[in-house]
Design a protein around this ligand. Structure first.
Ligand code: APR
Length: 254
């Protein structure tokens, strides 16, 4: 690790060791080291794909079977994917902090797979099957090519992701805003910070007095407003950051 990187990791660990309310927002970058392409990087998963043909409520109303099959293919691709050291470090972070809230824009379920609990999935979770008719939902355990129907009301089941033109899942954004605006430290990992409302969370946290730590190998829309910028891949730096935090003397605010 270069001097500057070592210094920013140490600074971040020091801020975290003084906090008992921490919020963390992740984006596609946290899953990049698991082999999942990011959205805006070269080879992003939506490249060359007519997303509007499959990722909208209109598409589902018109051809639910097609949309279902598309998401089954995405699930099939995700099935063998393993969480990486970045995801694992965030599981440990939750154990180090009395009030730790993990918020993600990812729908890949890798935080869940890594063992994180209570994750606020702003854009939903691809592994959830849900019914728009009555709100019934369940976590899918395997793959099924045939479109499922709600056992309660008979409507076709859909994946629990937020489609274009849809609002975020009820209550999830509110809980994320609450966590960010009451946090003493907010860690923002692997997001280009351009998609709203997720991109505003760090700004609201900062306005409410939180220290903002960004972990990203590239400069982003947030970098200029972050107090500590750690310019490196999450899987490479988060384990060390967590280790430093764990070994730092605790001097939490009263
Ligand atoms: N560690 C940390 N960050 C990384 C890594 C890594 N190993 N590799 C790439 N990144 C960073 C990139 O530099 C980039 O800033 O991750 C970020 C990924 O940005 P995007 O592809 O824009 O993904 P994200 O910010 O999560 O997108 C937000 O946009 O299209 C919608 O709904 C979709 O949830 C998604 C939302």
């Amino acid at each position: 690790m270069g001097d500057k990187l070592t210094q920013s990791v140490a600074q971040a660990a020091n801020h975290l060791a003084h906090a008992d309310r921490v919020a963390c927002l992740t984006g596609a970058g946290i899953s990049a080291e698991s082999g999942i392409p990011t959205f805006r990087g070269t080879g992003g998963i939506w490249e060359g794909l007519a997303v509007e043909q499959v990722a909208t409520p209109e598409a589902f109303a018109e051809n639910p079977q097609l949309v279902w099959r598309f998401y089954q293919a995405r699930r099939a691709a995700l099935l063998p994917v393993k969480p990486n050291r970045g995801h694992a470090a965030l599981v440990t972070m939750a154990n180090l902090c009395p009030r730790f809230t993990l918020i993600t824009q990812n729908v890949d379920g890798l935080h869940h797979k890594a063992g994180s609990t209570g994750v606020l999935c702003l854009h939903g979770d691809i592994w959830i099957d849900r019914c728009d008719g009555c709100g019934w939902r369940t976590r899918a355990t395997g793959l099924c090519d045939r479109l499922g129907h709600c056992s309660a009301c008979g409507q076709p089941l859909r994946p629990g992701v937020v489609w274009f033109g849809e609002t975020l899942p009820q209550g999830v954004l509110e809980r994320a805003v609450e966590a960010c605006t009451t946090a003493q430290v907010m860690v923002v990992v692997g997001t280009s910070s351009v998609i709203q409302p997720a991109a505003s969370l760090a700004h609201w946290a900062r306005e409410a007095g939180a220290t903002i730590i960004e972990v990203n190998p590239e400069r982003t829309a947030l970098s200029g407003d972050a107090h500590v910028v750690i310019n490196a891949p999450a899987g490479e730096v988060l384990p060390g950051l967590v280790q430093l935090w764990a070994s730092a003397p605790r001097r939490r605010p009263g």
